[in-house]
Design a protein around this ligand. Sequence first.
Ligand SMILES: [Zn+2]
Length: 149
Amino acid sequence: MSGDTPVACDYCKKPARLVNGRKLYPHRQDLFDKKFYQCEPCDAHVGCHPGTEKPLGRLANPGLRQAKIRAHGAFDPIWRSGRTSRGHAYKLLAEQLGIIQEDCHIGMFDVDMCNRVVEAVNVINSMPLNAHAPRNRSKHKRSRKQKHQ
Ligand SMILES: [Zn+2]
């Protein structure tokens, strides 16, 4: 398969149109050069991996965009806070959702899965993560005293 398979809208199943940020976000000059797939009738769109015409995930309508923002808002602090690595956080999330880690991308989720992410994060947040976390190189170095026994 070549890379130019048309990207279909997840809502109406019609091919989406490749547009640039200037069309979607006329007030966001920083996005003008970025590429997006858009389905205008559904008010759905998705960004592309930087420098490619490869979509980041499925097209999202306003409801799904909100759900994804909520899912990222719940999930991202797990690894952004330095409690564990990003990879490990996704592994835990995949376990909670009962899917394989390769399929665990919030960008690919529908509204239902995004809601399950928020529930899964509540479970993950109650776990003692430090025990399994690989060393995290955050810019905030923790002054953790390591005692030799
Ligand atoms: Zn559509």
